[in-house]
Design a protein around this ligand. Structure first.
Ligand code: NAD
Length: 421
């Protein structure tokens, strides 16, 4: 069994040809999308490597199915399997109501310290989009996954904790700016140099590995100078120290402009582009959201904080008409741990009706194959999806907006993709 596990060697993920991948089927529609995706992935791997490579799927339990079978929402054996096998995939999970674990997804993310939430955003020909030129949207969002105002450090107004926190702010920190102290809730926004730099390092390395033109640091450093401003400064620092020979930063441009004038700075940019260097720039979050609508072609890899990343991921996904089919992954590039996932929920309103769209999980499977370096199999699936969507073949959620849409059930759509491989 040991030779069927992925492992890290000199910072690189090593993948055996016959690999075991743990998967969580998922609640609700999970039982429909998971087998369809596995069938497509198996066919693509078989076609691409003609028996040389294969995946052995190992089911692990989480969510409602786990609770039914074991009385636990997230059994230790599941966490152990993801730890041991490094890379896994999951369908959507019901969030348990009431005490216990707040969110299974958060628990998985925290246990494995999956600090990057990666969301690729691209348009598929045939998919109806609300923007005029969706083909210009082609981005990879690296959202920091462990810090920021999302860290869950907050106190509700009126509680002794909120009052104590305010007292500390007022009496010990000299804060007098809280407008309505008696009725304020408080939240804390931790943003660290270490947390920022590991995220930005991963984004830059990804851009270099995939020959992409730029990394944009998206922040609100103009207002939140130490947290979001720190993100920008520490991000540029990574580029200018660790990737000095392979990047050109807008920071450098500004310095040259100040010291030597605009012409020299522009010449330096032109030289850097000529040499194929990766451009690292930054953008204020509000302007960035505007720019993604007006000039999406100017952006490629995005590195941003947790909250900004949440908004940006959904806006960009909507721009390509793909909010229901957007894939995602949570990754720790240092340890190699990664969980690929459907980004939608359990869709209980359509579960069991054979109408759910499997593409979010399928495109997450594509990301997983790419992460493993099995790019040929990944490309086969992408090509098949492109063909299906261009023909107007899709599940009802997408087909109903396509001019010549032909709505297929989940199983038939999966079968069609296998045929188109
Ligand atoms: P949802 O994403 O399950 O559904 C929202 C709407 O989108 C519904 O109308 C649903 O039918 C539709 N939809 C979602 N995925 C679809 C698909 N693949 N194809 C076609 N239509 C699709 O969100 P919700 O209703 O807010 O949440 C339901 C449950 O899922 C809750 O328990 C929630 O906590 C959980 N949830 C889990 C995850 C996760 O595990 N990653 C994410 C979000 C919500």
């Amino acid at each position: 069994m040991s030779n069927s596990k992925m492992y890290m060697e000199d910072g690189k993920l090593m993948v055996p040809d016959n690999v075991v991948i743990p998967f969580i089927e998922g609640d609700g529609v999970g039982a429909e999308i998971t087998p369809v995706c596995q069938k497509i992935v198996n066919s693509a791997v078989e076609l691409a490597y003609v028996g040389k490579r294969s995946i052995e799927w190992k089911e692990v339990l989480a969510g409602g199915k786990a609770f039914e079978k074991t009385g636990e929402w997230l059994p230790q054996a599941t966490l152990d399997a993801f730890k041991e096998y490094l890379v896994g995939i999951k369908g959507p999970l019901t969030t348990p109501v009431g005490g216990g674990i707040r969110s299974l997804n958060v628990a998985l993310r925290q246990t494995l310290d999956l600090y990057v939430c990666l969301r690729p955003v691209r348009w598929f020909k045939g998919v109806v989009s609300p923007v005029k030129e969706p083909h210009k949207v082609n981005m990879y969002i690296f959202r920091e996954n462990t810090e920021d105002i999302y860290a869950g450090i907050e106190w509700e107004q009126g509680t002794p904790e909120a009052q104590k926190f305010y007292k500390f702010l007022h009496d010990e920190m000299g804060v007098t700016k809280v407008r309505f102290p008696e009725t304020s809730s408080f939240g804390v926004k931790p943003v660290s140099k270490e947390g920022t730099q590991r995220l930005v390092r991963a984004a830059i390395q990804f851009a270099l590995d995939n020959g992409l033109p730029s990394v944009t640091l998206v922040h609100k450093g103009n207002i939140m100078k130490f947290t979001e401003g720190g993100f920008k400064r520490w991000g540029y620092e990574v580029a200018e120290t660790e990737f000095k020979d392979r990047t050109f930063t807008m920071n450098e441009y500004e310095r040259l402009k100040k010291d030597l004038g605009e012409e020299s700075a522009k010449a330096a940019v032109a030289k850097a582009l000529n040499e194929g260097k990766l451009v690292v720039k930054d953008c204020i979050a509000d302007a960035f959201l505007q720019n993604t609508l007006l000039l999406p072609e100017e952006y490629s890899v995005i590195a941003t904080l947790n909250l900004n990343g949440d908004y940006i991921s959904d806006q960009l996904a909507a721009m390509v008409g793909g909010i229901g089919i957007a894939p995602g992954a949570n990754i720790n590039y240092k340890t190699g741990h990664a969980i690929f996932e459907a980004t939608h929920g359990t869709a209980p309103n359509i579960a069991g009706q054979d109408v759910v769209n499997p593409c979010s999980l399928l495109l997450s499977s594509v990301m997983m194959l790419e992460y493993m370096g099995w790019k040929e199999a990944a490309q086969l699936i992408v090509n098949a999806l492109e063909k299906a969507f261009s023909n107007g073949e899709a599940t009802a959620d997408l087909a109903r907006f396509m001019p010549k849409g032909n709505a297929l059930g989940t199983k038939d759509f999966g079968q069609r993709i296998v045929e188109l491989l």
